[in-house]
Design a protein around this ligand. Structure first.
Ligand code: UT7
Length: 336
């Protein structure tokens, strides 16, 4: 437990939202040269949800997920002090969180976006817990939401088969240290490998004729799948081990392993490296694919709805992805 902590973090409610349109692997094989067999055996994905429809954006899904979390505890949105939206697919580069603040009626909340791709929700949760532990804020909404379908090259079979759209939200409240749920965290970034996974901005070659200014636009998701795979399987177990050992816990204490839902082979390889039984893995990517910042809160919300998680269970949460950035949170679940 962090020695500077004066207040703990408690999860009051979770919520999630997925688009209604789905695309299964057989349908995908009509768009690019692939097959259900290839996709399922290499990734564990069967289908994914896509946000279709004109003018639909990440804010629609994020708002829906947040509203569901609020409804579960009949919370007045004006009680929320802070909203953190973890997303890498905003509908406004100046930030989308303020739109959610307005749509849910969180009139007293300050709201900002946090960009850290598939690690975004972990970083959002840790950021929120710092505001709570310092006593700056009492109630915080953290959302992980992405619509990477808008940033995919739908002719690139090495990426388009992986991603799906979704959103997950948690409402946190400060609490006495004895009820604290976030026991420890560990965060890392290695920018030397940022080009392994990116949605890069590219300047046009020709500059403005007078200003010598280059303007451009963002490209599609570009990924070196093999390198990202190797990075995840080597670094995530190390991060989890360090995070556990620094609070004198071990893998034997873990009840649930909730990793970013990138690839079922990655989930199993990480569990195997840590000697964690595969029946402790929380996985839903067969239904949704990789939903980036949404994947962890979406899977958490589903596991809670299915009553899989019991009071005082230890959940190890780990996110990893573009940056490259990765991180672990050790959580003691308190029934809600
Ligand atoms: O949020 C973090 C995001 N990213 C990740 O976590 C990605 C991590 N990496 C992965 O999940 C895997 O690397 C992939 C699933 C992306 C790819 O699996 P792989 O086992 O590393 O396949 P590969 O890229 O080595 O490709 C093997 C073969 C290649 O053909 P050749 O060169 O062996 O003839 C590819 O051209 O599979 C081919 N291939 C496909 N075939 C059918 C690549 N994509 C496809 C496809 N369908 N969709």
């Amino acid at each position: 437990m962090k020695s500077f902590m004066v207040q703990g973090t408690k999860i009051l409610a979770t919520g999630s939202a997925i688009p209604s349109s789905s695309l299964n692997n057989d349908q995908m094989s009509k768009i690019v040269q692939t097959s259900d067999d290839w996709i399922f055996s290499r990734t564990g994905i069967k289908e994914r949800r896509l946000l279709t429809g004109y003018n639909q954006s990440v804010t629609n899904l994020a708002t829906m997920a947040s509203q569901k979390a609020l409804d579960k505890i009949s919370m007045d949105p004006s009680e929320i002090d802070l909203i953190i939206l973890a997303t890498s697919s905003p509908n406004d580069l100046f930030g989308s969180a303020s739109q959610i603040q307005s749509q849910i009626g969180a009139v007293n909340a300050v709201a900002f976006d946090l960009t850290a791709a598939c690690s975004g929700f972990v970083l959002g949760l840790v950021t929120a817990s710092q505001f709570l532990s310092s006593g700056s804020y009492r109630k915080i909404l953290v959302i992980g939401a992405d619509v990477l379908s808008k940033w995919i090259d739908w002719s690139d079979r090495s990426t388009c088969i992986l991603f799906g759209d979704g959103a997950g939200a948690v409402i946190l409240e400060s609490c006495p240290i004895k009820d604290n749920s976030i026991l420890n965290f560990q965060l890392n970034t290695d920018g030397n490998y940022s080009d392994h996974l990116s949605i890069a901005y590219q300047d046009e070659i020709s500059p403005h004729p007078i200003l010598n200014l280059h303007q451009g636009c963002f490209k599609y998701v570009s990924m070196n799948g093999k390198e990202v795979y190797k990075f995840a399987v080597s670094q995530v177990p190390l991060s989890i081990s360090r995070c556990l050992s620094s609070i004198n816990m071990s893998v034997h204490d873990i009840d649930w392993l909730l990793l970013h839902q990138a690839n079922e082979r990655i989930l199993k390889a990480v569990a195997e490296k840590l000697s964690i039984s595969s029946n402790k893995i929380i996985a839903n990517l067969s239904k949704y694919g990789n939903t980036s910042a949404a994947s962890i809160p979406l899977a958490l919300d589903e596991a809670i709805q299915e009553n899989r998680i019991s009071n005082d269970d230890i959940i190890v949460i780990a996110g990893f992805g573009a940056g490259l950035t990765w991180g672990t949170i050790i959580m003691r679940w308190k029934s809600i």
